[in-house]
Design a protein around this ligand. Structure first.
Ligand code: TXA
Ligand code: MG
Length: 313
């Protein structure tokens, strides 16, 4: 993977102009690359759905530059504010009641009365939000149902000419999409695991998120088959098998090792890159067992969706 790249000021200004003029720009966040549009601009938001081939019933996460900015869009309970204080800026998205007067294109929420908000840690993304002075709606910058992008090259391969611009900020540092939680007055529901784990939330807030991912909130990102490579994916394979592409973890023979030293954070950062490489090989894909602990929980979530029966969804 290439070293961290920082776009120059002229390139950033061009991205701001494209966003202000109703364009769509792929931007690096600390999690994965997002496909951003001004969340108040209905035409620009519609272009996100079109470029990704995303079903219109699947809502988008809005990215804000501060807790104060989140207040323009959602109603936050004291518990929600505690979570924001503990984990923002960073890879935690909160699903909260939408403010009726929020300046948002209705397609962003897909008609729900809730909105997912997050303040990303990426300085570049924060700069773009501040310059646009609007939340940026941004799903992952991949064709719907396909592998998420962690480099500018991944975005170009998946979306190519369908978008106005890609800002190359180098590979993403976390590499997995944000944790998503639903928050009530005194309860937290884990809707998508990520690098902010349920245990970390418990340690900071004293409330253990319930693991029931299937409340009344359902969305394609939570459906079984997702992150789908073209070839079959088999999980928990300890040894490399002839004629397949093995994604290894720890000390083992592999075609792509997520972390020879069995470091889960390194492995999470490289997971989607490994799936892209495996996909490009055209071979059936096998994956080493990943420990079900820390960020390994989120990795196994993504892997099980990559391996799921495509006809099931
Ligand atoms: O790290 C991330 O979250 C990345 C970066 C770009 O910020 N974004 C991302 O967006 O992963 P996307 O659209 O690929 O995944 C967002 C997930 C989808 O499964 C969507 O259905 C769900 O969040 N979602 C969005 N709004 C929701 C809502 N109001 N209620 C429940 N789920 C929601
Ligand atoms: Mg996605």
């Amino acid at each position: 993977m290439s070293e961290k790249a920082t776009p120059d000021d002229i390139t950033i200004q061009r991205a701001v102009k494209v966003l202000s003029d109703g364009g769509i720009v792929a931007v690096p966040t600390e999690t994965v690359y997002g496909l951003a549009a001004n969340a108040a601009d209905a035409t620009a938001v519609a272009r996100i759905f079109e470029a990704k081939g995303r079903p219109s019933f699947n809502p988008l996460i809005c990215h804000v530059a501060s807790m104060g900015m989140a207040d323009r869009y959602v109603q936050s309970s004291p518990l929600a504010k505690r979570l924001m204080e503990a984990f923002w800026p960073g890879p935690l998205s909160l699903v909260l009641p939408l403010r009726p007067d929020a300046d948002l294109a209705s397609a962003v929420t897909a008609g729900l009365d809730t909105l997912a908000v997050r303040m990303p840690a990426s300085p570049l993304m924060l700069e773009l939000i501040q310059a646009t002075n609007s939340a940026l709606a941004a799903p992952s910058a991949n064709a719907s149902g396909k592998i998420s992008p962690t480099t500018a090259g991944d975005v170009a391969n998946s979306l190519g000419e369908r978008i106005d611009m890609v800002l190359d900020g180098g590979p993403c540092s976390v590499g997995l999409e944000s944790t998503i939680v639903g928050v009530d007055d005194d309860a937290i529901t884990l809707l998508r695991p990520g690098s902010v784990t349920a245990q970390m939330i418990y340690e900071r807030c004293g409330i253990m998120p319930s693991e029931n991912a299937f409340t009344d909130i359902t969305a394609p990102g939570q459906l079984l088959s997702h992150y789908a490579p073209d070839a079959a994916v088999t999980l928990n394979v300890s040894k490399r098998v002839a004629d397949s592409f093995h994604i290894g973890f720890g000390n083992c023979q592999s075609d792509y090792n997520l972390s020879p030293t069995a470091d889960l954070n390194e492995a999470a950062r490289k997971l989607f890159n490994a799936l892209h490489a495996a996909n490009a090989s055209g071979k059936p894909i096998t994956v080493s067992p990943i420990p079900e602990t820390g960020v390994g929980i989120a990795m196994n979530d993504r892997l099980s969706r990559a391996a799921a029966d495509r006809t099931a969804s």
